[in-house]
Design a protein around this ligand. Structure first.
Ligand code: GLN
Length: 203
């Protein structure tokens, strides 16, 4: 888990509960040997600044390019978008649910997690405002994507690490044990000349 700021402890409990070894990443060399990375919720500006200060931004881009999976949750979803690390072909709207709905819980049908809904905790959550055609929308709230997959990146607007349902983390761990070649999504990025052409669609 990226451990610059935010609720990485809750992710540790989830991952360990599933039998994974979880370690804290605060410096680029700590990414070595990891099978996957969780970028937790917290405050996206603080996490972004911390990554830039410690050289973790470039290191995480390289980690992602090597085909290893990343799970970004809430602020972690934001920092993976096109305006930040650029790991996923989508743009987030921060604090998208507004003041009235700053925090809420909802049972969500999430593609890939089976028929039972996932209890999702939204805390000043973003949603995906726009995304390219290669981004798979796994769940929506009010027709706004709140869980997406782009190749080996899994990004969710909510916190499921605060519940006792570990299916999302299990899905992430399954990606970590899938060979990079089948986890990545060939042929979508790089098709547009300016690299942003795939963002034309309003979601
Ligand atoms: N609102 C926060 C942000 O924009 C994210 C909140 C969260 O991670 N729970 O960074």
């Amino acid at each position: 888990m990226l451990a610059l700021q935010g609720d990485f402890e809750a992710h540790r409990r989830m991952l360990q509960g599933l039998g994974a070894e979880a370690s804290e990443v605060r410096a680029p060399h700590q990414l070595e040997g990891l099978d996957g990375l969780v970028i937790p919720g917290g405050e996206s500006t603080t996490i972004s600044k911390g990554m830039a200060r410690d050289g973790l931004d470039e290191a995480i881009v390289g980690f992602h390019a090597s085909g290893r999976p990343i799970l970004g949750s809430c602020a972690g979803m934001i920092v993976c978008d096109r305006e930040h690390l650029g790991l996923g072909d989508y743009l987030c709207r921060r604090n998208a649910f507004g003041r009235q709905l700053a925090s809420f819980e909802q049972d969500l049908q999430v593609e890939g997690l089976g028929p039972d809904p996932l209890r999702a905790v939204f805390i000043r959550a973003p949603w995906v405002e726009r995304h390219g055609p290669g981004v798979e929308v796994l769940a929506e709230v009010e027709r706004h994507p709140v869980a997406v997959r782009d190749g080996n990146l899994l990004a969710v607007a909510f916190h499921s690490e605060l519940t006792d349902d570990s299916r999302l983390h299990a899905l992430f761990m399954a990606l970590a044990s899938t060979p990079a070649s089948s986890a990545s999504r060939p042929g979508v990025r790089g098709e547009g000349a300016d690299g942003l052409a795939t963002l034309g669609e309003e979601s």
